[in-house]
Design a protein around this ligand. Sequence first.
Ligand SMILES: *Cc1c(COP(=O)(O)O)cnc(C)c1O
Length: 505
Amino acid sequence: MTSPGVAGPADAPDNSMTFAALNAVHAGAKPLHSAAATLGLGVPVEHTHRTIIEPFRIRAVEPLGITTRAEREVALERASFNPFALHADEVLIDLLTDSGTGAMSAAQWAAIMIGDESYAGSRSFYRLESVVRELTGIRHVIPTHQGRAAEHILFSALLKPGNVVPANAHFDTTRANVEFLGAIAVDLLRDEAMDPQADLPFKGDVDVVKLREVLVRERGNVPCVMVTITNNRGGGQPVSMGNLKAVRALCDEFGVPMFLDAARFAENSWLIKMREPGQGARTATEIAHETFRLADGFTISAKKDGLVNIGGLLGINNDALADLCRTRLILTEGFPTYGGLAGRDLEALAQGLKEVLDEDYLHYRHASVRYVFDRLDAMGVPMMRPPGGHAVYLDGGAFAAHLPKSQFPGLSLTNALYLEGGVRGVEVGSLMFGKPATGTEPEEFATLELVRLTFPRRTYTQSHMDYLVEVVAHVWENRASLPGYRIVEQRPVLRAFTAKMAPIA
Ligand SMILES: *Cc1c(COP(=O)(O)O)cnc(C)c1O
């Protein structure tokens, strides 16, 4: 399982000289350790080999659902050709989401055994609080059952109808919570970041010119600015440290608090280290510390970089706002020292937040995403560029160029990946974002017909990734036979999750 260079020049522009030198060493197949040491690299020597090493060994295993093609055909038909309706046991490699789907470490399972289940004042809460305070520097730490609960509690204390909440890009639940309270969610990515082919390092950056315009126009009507790190909507596109500082400066100028939607703070920190000039010599932990200290608070879905299967966090510096939020928390989540979680969950999260900044882990995680992207790219498979921190997006519209949008090319590709190899991705195209025709309005379609392959944390190995590449390659070669689909049954909202579909003969 040797693979092409894992942390290639594309990822580390400020290290390109040393990587070039390293590649020469690789080509000569000499032992690397002394050579790397004399090159004075900023990366540990063990990162210089080509093969991606999962930085863990596995002592608890879970069998995969290995099925035949005939069995998958039956399963997909039973699921009305919507992969959301498959039983997970019928899926071999499940890349539906990276949310809550990762593996916990032995240390996290051990921590679970010492969870303190006291209703009030649990020892596990104080441990979590001290870990989060050290990580973020934020004073008030409020646990919630997951990210959207933190969002709802924060926004219900902060927003009034008609308020405007600017962000680089709101995550779906963040936008929904803003709009539920009658406020307006405004996305302010730079125009170049909307181009799926623009290979830019920080496509998650806030457009600070547009942000200034909004802050001027809506003076007094903006209760907070949100920055989503990484930008989930683009598959984990990072926000640079330079941009975070520029947003902070604007927030100071206009007297508006800055909040982070920090579900993937560790991946963002790693991509800053890899991609931003001047940041390469810092540790991911130092970068994460600085990131959080720029903000006045945060919401976190701990199901991502918390390395747990359930959990969320709300962090706030302002005492009065924290007080309001705790009152609301008691109404919907529970007492402020457990907030909808068991004591053992708080322990696992405290441990996960420490492990996620381990650079061997971060290196491996990003290298795995990059590896899949680079191998598919070398075969000419069309994808969104560059790959972000947690997902690769296939361009279903280019795979099924013979299908009109009305026949859901993204779903066609998603289903073909399942039938071919038991791989479950998710359509993010016209089934997810389009709308059916109404009496007065025509049918609406998404701009792009993408299929997201999202990588659960610490769950699959490089041979699983090799298998995935093989499956995608096979579907790519046979793309001319991808069938169109039609909707048999749909709900008026969030139709992608429940729609019943049928292939068009
Ligand atoms: C997952 C996610 C959320 C919502 O969190 P849940 O834990 O699913 O409720 C919010 N923002 C971002 C960026 C996310 O990725």
